[in-house]
Design a protein around this ligand. Sequence first.
Ligand code: AMP
Length: 285
Amino acid sequence: MSSARPLFVLNRACEMREVSDACRKAGKKLGFVPTMGALHRGHVSLLEESVRRAEVTVASIFVNPTQFGPGEDFDRYERDYEGDIKKLKGCGVDYLFYPDISDIYPDGFGTTVSVGNLGDCLCGPFRPGHFNGVATVVLKLFNIVRPDFAVFGRKDYQQLKIIQKMVRDFNMDIEIVEMPIVREPDGLAMSSRNAYLSADQRTKAAEVNKALSEVAKKFRSGCDDCKILLAEADMVLRMAQINDIDYTEIRDPETLELRQRAVKGDLVALAVRLGNTRLIDNRVL
Ligand code: AMP
């Protein structure tokens, strides 16, 4: 980690465009890491990867209202501007794009992205409109920042696949770089939402990754029947009294089609609720 580089904060889309234009003119490679802030080591791994690959790295922090449904946690979403600035400087990020909402959704804004069938499964039915909101804001951010590449985490696997598809479908000249899930020592996937968990919920939350590990173990032992594999996950979750399960599923890692028989490389994904906190996690078999 290096803190020698200065960090510039840009609040306006037009300022961001000027920086991006200057980079292109100077022939500098520009990497981009979009986030909603409350940065943790998962975000840091993405930022460090961008700093490694690019001459200039832009991070954005924007808690995007259009990807939150009614009754979801938009208002209470963790915000830690000072902490975020320290982490961005620590990683050697060059620019933070921190737009005002009126710059992203000005009066009269009306055009949105519809993500199609990749958004219909897994988290889609539980969060209507979520992925359209994500794709719309990411498209806008891509058009403002105009990076050579953007870095996304596999923590939000469905989101990653939807963004990759959007880039292909819209012929966008942006490479999407995938990064592995960063976990706490007990296996819990790092997330800004982990801050909501009570001590008791935090202990239970470690079982979420254990449920995925049990599926992987059973698969390695030779079982490929998805019903049997997923029963392993359900058992771990129920033993931990995690009863509010949105889904546990095995899917094709690219098309996200549901599997009956698992093959190596398939995605095991789950979403559970602990109190008001929704946790998602996944692993590839
Ligand atoms: P968010 O701030 O939650 O919108 O996430 C911004 C980016 O960080 C997304 O590409 C996420 O997939 C990624 N991310 C979040 N948590 C993790 C994690 N634990 N490991 C790796 N990437 C992550």
